[in-house]
Design a protein around this ligand. Structure first.
Ligand code: RUB
Length: 316
């Protein structure tokens, strides 16, 4: 992880810092901020050398891609904008087309989440008791939509240590009209056994070609417990959460963040702390991944990734 620089006046560096420090967080939002940053690089370029502009964009994309390693939306979004820059015949054309492409990207992500909510509805019944982990706009949107359409749906939201994204997810669900209860992460088994949890719904940072899910640390524990209690587990994820890099066997890097997010090491002499912030849930624990194109079974993830990204150039 690169060390943090003092507050920068460089807007690109500021976007990278905001992603790295989690001021901008959640895979979908990270992708959107990355495309907007590249569009700004294009509009700020005053020259007329399109090749020089493309080089600047590639360097900017590499810098942004280094901000957080796990969510593939960051690299997928940057690659999409770099494709657009390649299409532009002149710098002037790039100055015009990149902001449009960035806007279209943001709209596509928002539209995808609405489609996912509609596609996920078939997985919710009246009286469903849903459990979710972390703050996911895709999963949250699906739960909120289901709560409108199904009678008596309620939800449990985990606190999600150490960054406590549950304190974002739970009020967001409440604001959307969902009957929601916050629990600590270690109460998941208790909630499954005693509170009638009947479905688990989470988002995704990355989905591999083998159908495995990389999402906020603790997702794997929730999935293992769901299997133990015979509770179906689904994932809500836009296309951009699928990783073309994993087609060639590239491993997904799991980010380990500053240990101070967990506890102050100075207060715990002799104690080592670790802070992995994502984990891998094998596809066999997942019933379906609900995308804007419909449900994808984990076993079909490879074919889906190949169909969406097979021909695309991976610039960063
Ligand atoms: C966020 C997280 C979310 C996914 C999906 O982790 O794991 O579940 O990013 O979110 P962090 P969305 O807080 O470390 O970024 O559905 O909004 O893209």
């Amino acid at each position: 992880m690169p060390s943090l620089d003092p507050i920068s006046s460089d807007p690109l560096e500021q976007v990278r810092r905001d992603i790295q420090t989690m001021k901008t967080r959640g895979a979908g939002e990270i992708g959107k901020s990355a495309v907007n940053a590249l569009a700004t690089v294009a509009t700020n370029y005053k020259g007329d050398d399109v090749a020089a502009l493309r080089n600047q964009l590639l360097a900017a994309a590499k810098l942004l891609a280094s901000a957080r390693p796990t969510a593939v939306t960051l690299r997928n979004a940057l690659n999409a904008l770099l494709d657009e820059a390649q299409e532009a015949k002149t710098a002037e054309q790039a100055r015009k087309s990149l902001p449009k492409a960035a806007q279209a990207y943001g709209k596509r992500v928002d539209d995808a989440k609405q489609k996912i909510a509609r596609n996920a509805l078939a997985y919710f019944r009246d009286g469903e008791v849903v459990l979710t982990h972390c703050h996911s706009t895709a999963a949250g949107g699906a739960i909120a939509y289901a709560a409108q359409k199904r009678k008596g749906l309620s939800a449990f939201s985990t606190e999600t240590r150490p960054f406590k994204q549950g304190l974002i997810q739970a009020p967001a669900l409440a604001k959307a009209g969902v009957d929601v209860t916050l629990i600590v992460d270690s109460a998941v088994a208790y909630a499954m056994e005693n509170y009638g949890v009947s479905r688990v719904v989470v988002g995704a940072d990355t989905i591999g070609a083998d159908g495995s899910l990389y999402n906020k640390v603790g997702t794997r524990q929730v999935a293992e417990l769901a299997r133990r209690f015979h509770i179906p587990f689904i994932v809500c994820a836009e296309r951009d959460k699928f990783s073309p890099y994993t087609l060639s066997g590239e491993p997904v890097v799991v980010e380990e963040r500053a240990v101070t997010e967990v506890a102050d090491p100075a207060s715990l002499p002799g104690v080592r702390i670790k802070n992995p912030v994502f984990d891998r849930t094998p596809g066999e624990l997942i019933e379906a991944i609900i995308t804007e194109d419909g449900p994808v079974k984990p076993a079909d993830a490879g074919a889906y990734v190949r169909r969406i990204f097979g021909e695309r150039k991976l610039w960063v």
